[in-house]
Design a protein around this ligand. Structure first.
Ligand SMILES: Nc1ncnc2c1ncn2[C@@H]1O[C@H](COP(=O)(O)OP(=O)(O)OP(=O)(O)O)[C@@H](O)[C@H]1O
Ligand SMILES: O=C(O)[C@H](O)CO
Length: 535
């Protein structure tokens, strides 16, 4: 057998492995380290400072914003909301200097202290800053603090004139940080609706379609407040395909609300009959027409996406290549239920493994993989490209990369996040396929949120491999039990002292999740593929 996934064969067992994990090989631990490094490269590439410098600059008398040129005369105002906005604002203030009049940003609760503790001072605003920082939205839910921040932002925008330029910094998490429910909807009603939709597995597209319809500032509302000022938004995308009207629910993207679509979403998640009267009234009163279209037409609003998951995967591919892996990007748009996504990764590892073995491929495997595309948002063409690379990569180390945001339907009461749940589910898939793999130790899977926070936990994600399940059983932990209770964080915390968890702390950026499948080559880390293939 040509052992393409040859990690186990000839690997050195860790004699002094903690937790009595004698079966862990050095090569597997190396694979984990390499996975963490590749994930780190993905996150670093989309840190706010780097992206702001690529899109905002002062050149002599002109201010260049996303390729457009303005004549600043001490008339720039700034607002922002989102998980990455603090670092974006700090970079903007450095670039704008005295042209910046004042600003208000709404950022996640605790982020300043977290960044300070992490030594990321460059993402913080100094004591003399012209920008007021307001923290809110604990647990990523709209709250009183976020509502006050939204009021301050609205007040700033509403006072502008046609002489002014409003720079709007937007990133993921912005919806919860800019709540302004349309009266008579109360904050509590909006919170409860958001929580119920998220728990039932609603996608961010569905969630934000509703948020736009029920808010005074989303769906173009902020741009309307700022009229007649010039509005330029710099947006860091955390939504698949980077649609500006959905990222943070598009406060500067005039877009008509669609009441029909809103009712359909509420119906889909069984919430139509239990809706508060206030929400019914607002939805019934929506015309679906204006929403600031006039202002968009006048050219006073410019929205620019300055960073996304694609940029992160590009950097991750480059790092993987330096580490000796052939990188292959499957997709930037992985979505769907974590169960389906984990099945896909399980099948892809099986495919890679069989493609390297002398027995060759099971007849139905290719069809099974292609059959999953629709469920996980990956078109056939991307799956076919990946399968081709997996087949052609004879015995070489390979790093399969994807990005996106799968969903979890919460059925249990445990603590976890979609990345940790996905990693645990992939581990179960790999364990099931373990007997058919030529060398089970040669594969690792990593799933991490680029914001550094996976669900309401202090981990960004976790690492899985084909040995995880047996290791867990030896420690009295049953993965199925934890999965049934959506308790992946408790599982990974208890397993082997939590050493499969990825703990980056809040990163100050946010471009959805990154998934990595690392497959060792015959000569792991040999650099055999460093110059080969396409990413
Ligand atoms: N116990 C749990 N197990 C698995 N997933 C969970 C659990 N609790 C919450 N989640 C999932 O975590 C997600 C929310 O996580 P998080 O707060 O990181 O949001 P996010 O989608 O990254 O936010 P944003 O896009 O607004 O930045 C939801 O998809 C939710 O279903
Ligand atoms: O804030 C939000 O709406 C989500 O993070 C998507 O941008």
């Amino acid at each position: 057998m040509a052992s393409g996934l040859c990690g186990a064969a000839g690997s050195v067992l860790l004699s002094s492995a903690p937790w009595g994990l004698g079966r862990r090989s050095r090569r597997m631990m190396t694979l984990w380290t390499q996975g963490r490094e590749v994930f780190g490269a993905a996150v670093s590439a989309v840190l706010p400072e780097n992206m702001m410098h690529g899109s905002l600059a002062l050149r002599g008398e002109r201010l260049l914003v996303d390729g457009r040129s303005f004549a600043p005369t001490g008339n720039v105002h700034l607002v922002g909301f989102g998980k990455a906005v603090l670092g974006m604002a700090a970079a903007a203030e450095r670039i704008l200097g005295d042209h910046l009049v004042r600003g208000v940003v709404s950022v996640p609760h605790g982020i300043q202290e977290a960044l300070r503790q992490a030594g990321k001072g460059e993402m913080l605003l100094g004591p003399d800053s012209r920008i007021t920082v307001l923290e809110g939205a604990r647990h990523n839910l709209p709250d009183r603090d976020a509502m006050e921040a939204a009021s301050a932002i609205r007040e700033l925008a509403s006072g502008l004139t046609e002489q002014d330029l409003l720079l709007v910094l937007i990133s993921g998490g912005g919806s919860a940080l800019l709540p302004a429910p349309t009266p008579p909807i109360t904050l509590e009603e909006k919170q409860s609706l958001t929580r119920q939709l998220a728990a039932r597995g609603a996608t961010i597209q569905e969630l934000n379609t509703l948020r736009k319809a029920l808010s005074q500032l989303k769906g173009g509302g902020l741009a309307r407040c700022a009229h007649p000022a010039q509005v330029v938004s710099l947006i860091l995308s955390d939504v698949i395909a980077d649609p500006p009207e959905l990222i943070a629910s598009g406060p500067t993207v005039p877009s008509p609300a669609d009441p029909g679509e809103c009712w359909a979403i509420l119906e889909r998640y069984g919430l139509r009959s239990s809706l508060p009267q206030s929400v019914r009234d607002v939805l019934s009163g929506l015309g679906g027409a204006d929403m600031g279209q006039g202002q968009a037409g006048s050219g006073l609003v410019h929205n620019a996406v300055i960073g996304s998951n694609a940029l992160a995967l590009e950097a991750a591919s480059a790092r993987a290549r330096e580490l000796g892996f052939l990188p292959v990007v499957l997709s930037h748009a992985v979505c769907g239920e974590v169960q389906a996504v984990s099945r896909l990764y399980g099948l892809l590892v099986r495919f890679a493994s069989q493609a390297q073995s002398e027995e060759g491929l099971e007849g139905s495997l290719r069809e099974a993989i292609l059959g999953m595309g629709l469920e996980v948002g990956v078109p056939d063409r991307d799956l076919l490209h990946t399968l081709k690379v997996l087949e052609e990569c004879r015995g070489g180390a390979l790093c399969l990369l994807s990005g996106g945001e799968p969903t979890v339907q919460l059925r249990g009461k445990g603590k976890g996040g979609r990345n940790q749940e996905l990693a645990l589910r992939v581990a179960v898939e790999l364990a099931q396929g373990v007997s058919s793999l030529p060398a089970p130790l040669g594969v690792a899977f990593l799933s991490g949120g680029t914001d550094g926070q996976d669900g309401p936990t202090d981990a960004a994600g976790a690492i899985a491999d084909p040995l995880l399940v047996s290791e867990a059983r030896e420690q009295g932990l049953d993965p199925a039990e934890f999965l049934d209770n959506n308790d992946s964080y408790t599982f990974f915390t208890r397993l082997s002292g939590g050493d499969r968890l990825i703990r980056t702390g809040l990163t100050g950026t946010n471009v959805m999740d990154v998934h990595l499948v690392l497959i060792q080559g015959e000569e792991a880390g040999s650099g055999a593929h460093a110059a080969a293939g396409r990413s």
